[in-house]
Structure formats: structure tokens, C-alpha cells
Design a binder for this molecule. Structure first.
Ligand code: E4P
Length: 213
């Protein structure tokens, strides 16, 4: 499973990339607004660190989305154009496929949306599980349904589990065979931790020191 960081903060990307486990970054307009700074420069900095950087189009009509997709794709070969799951977005995804531009379909909340995006040739789809949990539905159930549907067909579209909120989401997504998880910085930092690792290491160090006095 590939691991992406869900952020527009370059320092966070540098830090997690230094662990040697980071395959990509997802940004969205809200994350970009939170960090401020120049969007293109941020994306280009990230492209130096990881091979997949999702940059979201902000236009809503196909003709304008298409122009933005061309522009972003021209910035760097690591850019993945992020397109919202709308009818105009589907047209944009088809256009990008015809031009060889990699895409990530964002705001997926149903299996039918996932299928439509896959049929356009989208490179990735992003089902948002945390936002479904937030309204009392089981977000991981959607991943399970999509993975089941995917098992019958030959879609090349990777399933990117988005809107993750805690470490259990990542473990569950892996056990369902999802291709990618995008993870907020605070959650990513929790992944290497386990209380028994800490106490076990403490004991090893103490025992080692006791024979090397
Ligand atoms: C993914 O690409 C999105 O940026 C992200 O996962 C959304 O997460 P949120 O629901 O926590 O805003």
C-alpha cells in the first residue's frame, strides 16, 4: 500500500519523506488556504520530494477545468491533477486520460461515483471515509464495497482512501487491499508508535548497560 501525506505544509512533507516511507502528497483548496503561500511554488517544492503530488483544479466548468489541468500537468511530471466528482469533472477526467495526464478524483462518497470515475480512466479515486463517519455512516464500509466491485473488473484506477482520521483507518484500509491511504500529519506521526516498543526498548537498553559497566 502506498502512503501519502494529506497536507499543504512543505516542512511536514520534508519530515515524513525523510523516513523513507512516503509515496506522495494530497493537497486540497482548504489545506492550501490554511498554509498560505504560493500554490505553484508549494507544489513544485513537494514534487522534488515525492513522485505524486495532487493539485486540485478550482474551476467548475469543463472548459476552465481543462485549462487548469493542462497548466498543472505542465508544472512537473510528478503532478497529479485532482478533479472533483461532478459531471464537469468526469468530462475533465476523460480529457486528461486522452492527454496522458494523471488524475485523482476527489469527493467520492458512493460506489457509483467510483465506477463513473474509473470508467473515464481516472488514475486514482479518493473516497472520503472520515466525512462519512462524521455523519454517522461507516466510511470503511464504502472502501469494502468499492474493493469488492473492483475485484470483478479490470479497472486500472487506484483506490486512495482519503479523509482518514486515526491509525485504525490505515490498518483497516490495508486489510481491505486499498492501493493508497492519504494521512494527515498528526495521524502519520502516530503510526510508528507502540507502548510495548517503548518499554521493550527501555529494558533492552538497561540490560545492555548492566553488562557493559
Ligand atoms: C484528500 O485528498 C483530502 O484532501 C482529505 O483527505 C480530506 O480530509 P478531511 O475530510 O479531513 O478534510
Amino acid at each position: 500500500m502506498k502512503l501519502f501525506l494529506d497536507t499543504a505544509n512543505i516542512d511536514q512533507v520534508k519530515e515524513i519523506a525523510s523516513w523513507g516511507v512516503l509515496d506522495g502528497v494530497t493537497t486540497n483548496p482548504s489545506l492550501v488556504a490554511k498554509e498560505g503561500g504560493n500554490f505553484k511554488e508549494t507544489v513544485l517544492e513537494m514534487c522534488k520530494l515525492v513522485p505524486n503530488v495532487s493539485a486540485q483544479v478550482t474551476a467548475e466548468k469543463f472548459e476552465d477545468m481543462k485549462k487548469q489541468a493542462d497548466e498543472y500537468a505542465g508544472w512537473h511530471k510528478h503532478v497529479v491533477v485532482k478533479v472533483p466528482m461532478t459531471v464537469e469533472g468526469l468530462k475533465t477526467l476523460s480529457y486528461c486520460k486522452s492527454k496522458g495526464i494523471r488524475t485523482n478524483t476527489t469527493l467520492i462518497f458512493s460506489v457509483n461515483q467510483a465506477i463513473l470515475a474509473a470508467k473515464t480512466g481516472a488514475s486514482m479515486i479518493s473516497p472520503f471515509i472520515g466525512r462519512l463517519d462524521d455523519i454517522g455512516q461507516d466510511g470503511m464500509e464504502l472502501i469494502s464495497e468499492i474493493m469488492q466491485a473492483w475485484s470483478f473488473y479490470n479497472f486500472d484506477t487506484e483506490v486512495l482512501v482519503a479523509s482518514t482520521r486515526h491509525p485504525r483507518h490505515i490498518a483497516d484500509a490495508a486489510q481491505l487491499g486499498a492501493d493508497i491511504c492519504t494521512i494527515p500529519y498528526a495521524v502519520f506521526k502516530k503510526l510508528p508508535l507502540h507502548k510495548l516498543t517503548d518499554t521493550g526498548l527501555k529494558t533492552f537498553m538497561e540490560d545492555w548497560k548492566s553488562i557493559n559497566k
